[in-house]
Design a protein around this ligand. Structure first.
Ligand SMILES: [Fe+2]
Ligand SMILES: [Fe+2]
Length: 496
């Protein structure tokens, strides 16, 4: 009899064998995709970061590329550099091969196995035969198909959550974004504890939904400002059972562990938690992670009734409760995450003399806003901004209304209100540096890929670095020239 563990082992073997094949034949990229009508789903991609095709691939098949040709003709399609009919999916590749698999009973769906090469292959025919000898393409098809079903089911569930977020915002404002923030911390901690990509996806989903049961607790209790009475606290505790029941309905067939993890997210390491008073390793590891991630967000996020706690206090709290409320190994991983992800805004600008940091200076006058690229530096305890571009109408700059300095470091953006005194056409002395209020920036939580859709429907890859109630800040990921007309409206697609 086959068990679900046999299935997991087969999946791992397939990826391992693909990776061996990839190295043996010097293949830069092996991707497995599923095309349903003209929608494309990436199921696996084995490659180095620079040579991905997934990051640039459109989600619908509208061009004449190798994948669309293979699906249309239902036979292997081979592309080589001198062939100018189609463009390579990655411009570094000199040869590409796509092998489509279609089943008679499911004609809308094609599973494609894609190979990309940066060096010419001696014999592509031999490579293809050797692949077909070693791999059972029906096994690959069934692996890909089951992953696709999982993907589309979880997509639906995530969409449902987006709809629920509106209800949460209206009725339980204190819970707003809590699931997303906990998901961020929990997956970062999971990465530190070496969870696989698939397991991280499950942790992410569990975290998103861990408090969904609070929707069934009266608003007057959830939104109460100040301490809860005993009977109110008993009422709040019921949310874990409600979360369990709701996530069981959503995930039972797909990921049966998720409801169990969710139910145990208020268990304490020393056995003093609820609902069962489980202790130590009796509590699932993911629940122990959720517990820590949950507390970090509750302490770190400002609520209507409290300010957010400074990060050093959160670190002390985690250390004090390690071994009591929290699993010490999870706390250790969380402290590493905090160390890497959170830097106190003022510490960033405490440069040693002579050090510089890339920065942008935004100057607002009565008439215009000027954005200067350049760097921030410390010279003998005086701070300067030197721009690498100059402004022609510089006399206007003596009438500054306000100035802000933006620094990008470790994939995060930090923004400060400053006083900027022009010394010459490209040097400003910077004084009175004040980090912007946290409500205006949420930099650590955002490092999203996206597309900016231009007027002519061309799209440009962007990285969103900051998203707040008032504004959105992105960097151009294509390194191409980009001119934006501030009078136009643009669409931005974000990939979560
Ligand atoms: Fe909770
Ligand atoms: Fe929570």
């Amino acid at each position: 009899m086959n068990t679900c563990f046999d299935k997991i082992k087969e999946d791992i073997d397939l990826i391992k064998n693909l990776s061996v094949f990839k190295n043996e034949f010097n293949i830069e990229n092996i991707s497995i995709l599923l095309v349903n009508k003209n929608k494309v789903f990436f199921i696996e991609e084995l490659c180095s970061n620079n040579n991905s095709i997934n990051s640039k691939f459109p989600s619908t098949l509208d061009n004449n590329n190798l994948i669309s040709l293979a699906c249309e003709k239902n036979k292997p399609i081979y592309f080589y550099e001198e062939n100018d009919i189609i463009y390579p999916l990655n411009k570094n590749f000199v040869e590409e091969l796509c092998l489509p698999i279609k089943l008679e009973q499911n004609k809308d769906i094609t599973v494609c196995i894609y190979f990309g090469f940066i060096k010419k292959t001696k014999n592509i025919q031999a490579l293809l035969s050797s692949f077909l000898d070693r791999f059972n393409i029906f096994e690959i098809y069934s692996y890909v198909y089951s992953k696709y079903i999982q993907l589309s089911e979880t997509e639906k569930i995530k969409k449902l959550l987006m709809l629920l977020e509106d209800i949460i915002e209206t009725h339980h404002p204190s819970m707003r974004l809590h699931g997303f923030n906990v998901a961020f911390w929990a997956t970062e901690i999971g990465k530190k504890l070496n969870f696989s990509k698939d397991e991280l996806e499950k942790i992410y989903l569990a975290a998103l939904f861990h408090d969904i049961g609070k929707l069934r607790i009266p608003e007057s209790i959830i939104n109460k400002q100040g301490p809860l009475a005993n009977e109110e606290y008993e009422e709040v505790k019921k949310h874990v059972e409600f979360s369990y029941i709701i996530t069981k309905e959503f995930f039972e067939d797909l990921y049966p562990e998720i409801p169990l993890w969710v139910r145990a997210h208020h268990e304490m390491y020393d056995g003093s938690g609820y609902p069962f008073g489980l202790k130590g390793n009796e509590i699932p590891l993911v629940s122990r992670i959720l517990k820590v991630a949950d507390v970090i967000d509750v302490l770190y996020s400002p609520r209507s009734y409290k300010k957010n706690l400074p990060i050093d206090k959160i670190i002390t709290e985690l250390k004090n409760c390690s071994g009591k409320d929290f699993d010490p190994s999870v706390v250790e991983a969380a402290l590493n995450v905090i160390d890497e992800k959170i830097i106190l805004p003022m510490d960033i600008l405490k440069l040693k003399s002579g050090q510089i940091l890339p920065a942008n200076l935004s100057l607002r006058t009565y008439n215009e806003i000027f954005n200067l690229e350049g760097y921030f530096s410390n010279n003998d305890e005086k701070y300067y901004f030197k721009s690498t571009n100059t402004i022609k109408t510089s006399k206007d700059l003596w009438n500054l209304v306000s100035a802000s300095l933006v620094v990008e470091i470790l994939n995060s953006i930090y923004e400060y209100e400053v006083n900027a005194l022009p010394l010459d056409e490209n040097t400003y002395q910077i004084t009175e540096i004040r980090p912007l209020e946290r409500k205006s920036y949420v930099s650590i939580l955002w490092d999203l890929d996206g597309n900016l859709i231009l007027q002519d429907n061309k799209s440009i890859n962007i990285k969103v670095k900051k998203l707040s109630a008032d504004d959105l800040l992105f960097v151009n990921g294509d390194n191409s020239n980009l001119t934006i007309n501030l009078n136009n409206l643009y669409k931005i697609k974000l990939k979560f």
